[in-house]
Ligand binder design. Structure first.
Ligand SMILES: Nc1ncnc2c1ncn2[C@@H]1O[C@H](COP(=O)(O)OP(=O)(O)O)[C@@H](O)[C@H]1O
Ligand SMILES: [Mg+2]
Length: 238
């Protein structure tokens, strides 16, 4: 198994990882981006999850999975800092999860400040959103797109967004809808990643990959397919 599936991928030093849905491989992609960065010489990497839902007590969250996957692929623990904005116990979107836990959600500004702070002491910051792009993060209708746009306005050209997508039937519509929504909100997309690419793709998956590799321009910009994370990446070592 290729330990570094996104090697030579170019992405900004503050990258937001979002996706077409939940369970599309954002966490795996975040880990693969960390591995790619480390293998190209980046020494201080931070991973931030603004809202971690579906965890109780010390349950591992997505950032812990990123750390485990990256470590398995050879990234030394000292290279990676992991941080969460807020933990909620129900596996739901943040607003209803916060309501059940009886807590207020952090405002978007708190995440912006946290990410910019991490950026001061790290060469790369990866931010993994919850679910897809229009999931509310703060109970005031702000989404990961708003966080990305605010970070763009604060940290400029160093900021980009990666969209993780599935290879299966239906992905072309979901991918184009996501890209259009991000474009409409002024979010700069660095590229697309296939979150889980099967060892033996069927003709639909192969055709989708070919299509995603040569997408129609979105808002006059070409969006590259940055790569694919193989299904089962790192599963052979635990
Ligand atoms: N490249 C991959 N290899 C193996 N399993 C994967 C891969 N990508 C996704 N998965 C599976 O799908 C689930 C969801 O992936 P994850 O990265 O957690 O998605 P997201 O962060 O978008 O919710 C994982 O728990 C894992 O079982
Ligand atoms: Mg995840």
């Amino acid at each position: 198994m290729n330990r570094n599936p996104l090697a030579r991928t170019v992405f900004p030093r503050l990258t937001i990882v979002t996706g077409t849905d939940t369970d599309v491989g954002k966490t795996y992609t975040t880990a693969a981006l960390a591995v790619a960065a480390w293998s190209s010489g980046v020494q201080r990497i931070a991973v931030y999850k603004p809202q971690q839902t579906g965890v109780r007590g010390d349950d591992p969250g997505d950032v812990d999975d990123v750390a485990r996957l990256a470590h398995t692929a050879g990234v030394p623990s000292a290279v990676l800092t992991v941080a969460e904005g807020q933990r909620l116990s129900e596996p739901m979107a943040p607003p209803p999860a916060a309501a059940i836990d009886g807590v207020d959600l952090l405002p978007i500004t708190a995440h912006v400040d946290r990410v910019l702070k991490l950026q001061e002491s790290h060469d790369l910051v990866l931010v993994e959103g919850s679910g897809g792009v229009l999931v509310e993060l703060d109970g005031q209708r702000h989404t990961i797109a708003d966080l990305a746009r605010e970070l763009q306005s604060r940290a400029g050209e160093e900021v980009g967004t990666v969209v993780v997508t599935r290879p299966d039937l239906g992905t072309l519509n979901h991918t184009l809808l996501t890209l259009e929504a991000l474009h409409h909100r002024g979010v700069r997309v660095s590229g697309i990643v296939l979150g889980s690419w099967p060892a033996r793709p069927d003709p639909v998956q192969q055709s989708n990959r070919d299509y995603l590799a040569a997408l129609p321009d979105v808002g006059g910009r070409r969006i590259p397919l940055l790569g694919a994370v193989p299904a089962g990446w790192n599963d052979d070592v635990s």
